[in-house]
Design a protein around this ligand. Structure first.
Ligand code: SF4
Length: 353
């Protein structure tokens, strides 16, 4: 392998033109009223050892995208490939056995640790369940030993293994969920709003734990979140989603310091300002997030965009490389070169609240 090749990031998950559509039905006869395009042509590559954040408002399709990757829900169309050693596994075509193997390598952590853990199971049963189902242990002693290791890994006392989830705080429960997710030594973890339900002080502890585990175990994260402060702390790259599409993707610093899409500017302007003494200013976006079953023409952000021009109503902008010297920065806007967007919400020249 040449020096250049070894410096190139190794892809572990390739997503190409992913779609997930749901039929909207009405009445007893379940008559189809329309189609909700929750994910509408998403493409990205996840590289080994990185954290890629998927961000966007509620209804942007980020959670649906994450669930499609492990076929927790079936995609409508598109390609997903998982790359392991020399294998290139077609996730959509995977049969039951192959899918089961894939789900050992790609695990999910969910938002709510109160509902994601069965209250009738002890920690040993909860964390040991994937080990037993996948024949990773051959005796009860081995099971206890492995569960104890996993509890230590997430900084919980192994003596807790006979207790039930209700005995633990939200942060501790999320640690239990992480231990369960790591039981099978996965390569990729999809963290779906993994700390959103926790108190801010506890969030930081869990985020630090996820970072620590990533550097110790070489994990790759797809980090689904709406909190931009958290994303800035946690991610290497950021993909911004709007109405089921990626409208901007780049390195974390480029997204936060040099946003090119008006929607990214809006998200940054809406993020909480950490210093309470600074005056809060924000962009006033026109209207609401459109109904995904009744999408606007052209650029789907145009009804809300303060920079929209007549062509935006007619022509859909493609996701294109923003500059030849920064090929990782891609944006879908007709006018990104003409706009001078503001990365700093406190400097934004708009309504003051
Ligand atoms: Fe705004 Fe037009 Fe760019 Fe869409 S294409 S984000 S409407 S300026």
């Amino acid at each position: 392998m040449t020096e250049l090749e070894s410096a190139r990031p190794t892809p572990v998950l390739e997503v190409e033109d992913l779609h997930k559509h749901f039929e909207r039905t009405k009445g007893f006869m379940r008559k189809v009223q329309g189609v909700v395009r929750a994910v509408n042509g998403v493409s990205f590559t996840l590289h080994q050892g990185e954290t890629l954040a998927l961000v966007g408002e509620s209804g942007s399709g980020k959670t649906t995208t994450g669930r499609c990757l492990v076929r927790a829900i079936e995609p409508s169309s598109g390609n997903i490939h998982y790359l392991r050693d020399d294998d290139r596994i077609d996730v959509r075509a995977a049969a039951r056995t192959e899918l089961r193997e894939l789900r050992q390598d790609v695990r999910m952590i969910f938002q709510d640790p109160f509902s994601s853990l069965n209250p009738r199971m002890t920690l040993q049963q909860l964390i040991g369940e994937p080990l037993l189902i996948n024949n990773r242990v051959s005796s009860k002693a081995q099971l206890r030993e492995r569960v104890a290791e996993l509890l230590e890994l997430v900084h919980l006392n192994p003596s807790y293994m006979n207790r039930y989830p209700h005995a633990f705080s939200g942060g501790q429960r999320q640690r239990i969920a992480i231990a369960r997710a790591l039981a099978l030594d996965p390569k990729v973890v999809i963290a779906d709003e993994a700390v959103s339900a926790l108190d801010v002080s506890v969030q930081a502890q869990v985020l630090n734990l996820l970072k620590e585990l990533q550097s110790e175990r070489g994990l790759t994260y797809l980090f689904i979140a709406h909190d931009l402060a958290m994303v800035r702390y946690q991610s290497d790259r950021v993909a911004v989603m709007y109405l089921g599409k990626i409208i901007e993707i780049s390195t974390r610093d480029e997204i936060f310091d040099n946003p090119l899409h008006p929607y990214t500017e809006l998200l940054l302007a809406s993020a909480p300002v950490p210093d309470p003494r600074r005056k809060r200013k924000r962009i006033t976006a026109r209207g609401e997030v459109p109904d995904p079953a009744n999408r606007p023409s052209g650029c789907e952000f145009h009804p809300r965009c303060p920079y929209a021009q007549p062509i935006c109503v007619i022509e859909t902008p493609e996701l294109t490389v923003a500059a030849p010297d920064a090929p990782s920065h891609q944006v879908a806007c007709h006018f990104w070169q003409d706009l001078s967007l503001n990365p700093n919400p406190t400097n934004t020249k708009v309504d003051q609240t």
